[in-house]
Design a binder for this molecule. Structure first.
Ligand SMILES: *Cc1c(COP(=O)(O)O)cnc(C)c1O
Length: 342
């Protein structure tokens, strides 16, 4: 019985086609900016989002951390949702790398409104409070269950940032999921955000790599910050080749992951042991069992069937669909869910 690993969309292995692209990549020393494949990937993404520049990073956390550093000075404050990845899952890097604090907003499934941002801005002349300098949004939201922002809300937040001279960064680890689910144009995101980070190693299925995208004025320091964080890499074109391949071959197919996620959500909602399934918008399903005490038994029954999902604590269970989750696995998983008795 093959393992079905639905803990995250980061568990994928490169496909045959991707491995071929990696093997055939032309490479050079990227610290000298002489890796043609990295340059190709960066130009491709900058163009796609209508921005001047893009820079390849080893991880999404490093791309976000670099962006925060570019937008802020020590002792300043950024505004983000209480569930934001930059606050919860980057090891406290906001304070370590940038000396910045986070004003946490009580958003809806990881998304915050323009009104909430406005209430969170400290008055710049009130020198007792940290100076607010940046707003970080996440799309799709991770802890919020793959929820997608309403573009109109983002436009309002952009206007507010302009009014108060704040930077606007998008943690777009799963931005391609949102683009596909809502049929949006990357250039619209390029227009609204000063910087955008995108993960290639989640739904797009590469072994590693993220990209930070922005205009020259901000990005001219990005390569220095990346070096400081230890992220200057040499013949990394092999991994950039995987990224180029993923952008050409793995974007449209995200809709398959979304369809399967929505079917899992519907199946879960039918089960007597399930209390609630959060709305499924992309490839993440978050749900709660009727009795929190059933969690261990539920996970055990999945384990017996060689199926793995994530327990996020506070009764929150998470399933993520991805490139390595086949139709055959999908049918077997739905069947297992139908037959669990707690
Ligand atoms: C995965 C993820 C990141 C980046 O994580 P790395 O593991 O450092 O690549 C950033 N933001 C969100 C919302 C994520 O889901």
């Amino acid at each position: 019985m093959k393992e079905i690993d639905l803990r995250s969309d980061t568990v994928t292995r490169p496909t045959k086609g991707m491995l071929q692209a990696i093997m055939g990549a032309e490479v050079g020393d990227d610290v000298y900016k002489e890796d043609p494949t990295v340059n190709e990937l960066e130009q491709k993404l900058a163009r796609m989002f209508g921005k001047d520049e893009a820079l390849f990073f080893p991880t999404g956390s490093m791309a976000n951390q670099a962006a925060i550093k570019l937008h802020t000075q020590p002792a300043e404050q950024l505004i983000c949702d209480k569930w934001a990845h930059v606050y919860n899952y980057e090891g406290g890097g906001v304070s370590f790398n940038s000396g910045v604090s986070c004003k946490l907003v009580d958003g809806d499934r990881g998304m915050i409104t323009c009104e909430q941002v406005e209430e969170s801005i400290n008055p710049p002349d009130f020198y007792h409070s940290p100076l607010t300098s940046l707003v970080c949004l996440e799309n799709t939201t991770n802890k919020g269950g793959g929820a997608c922002y309403d573009m109109n809300e983002v436009k309002k937040i952009r206007k507010l940032c302009n009014k108060h001279g704040l930077g606007l960064h998008l943690d777009g680890a799963r931005l391609f999921n949102a683009l596909v689910a809502k049929n949006e144009d990357p250039k619209d995101y390029g227009k609204l955000f000063d910087t955008i980070s995108v993960c290639l190693s989640k739904g797009l299925g590469t072994p590693m790599g993220s990209v930070l995208i922005g205009n020259k004025d901000l990005m001219q320091n990005a390569i220095r910050v990346r070096k400081v964080l230890g992220g200057g890499m040499r013949q990394i074109g092999f991994m950039a080749a995987a990224g180029v391949y993923a952008l050409d071959n793995h974007v449209e197919r995200l809709s398959i992951d979304h369809k399967r996620a929505s079917e899992i959500g519907e199946t879960l909602a039918d089960q007597a042991y399930v209390e609630e399934v959060e709305p499924v918008e992309t490839n993440i399903i978050i749900f709660y069992l009727k009795k929190a005490s059933d969690e261990a038994g539920f996970m055990k029954q999945l384990e017996k069937n060689n199926i793995r999902i994530s327990n996020m604590g506070q009764g929150k269970l998470r399933i993520v669909t991805h490139l390595d989750y086949s139709e055959e696995m999908h049918q077997r998983f739905l069947d297992v869910l139908d037959n669990i008795k707690l």
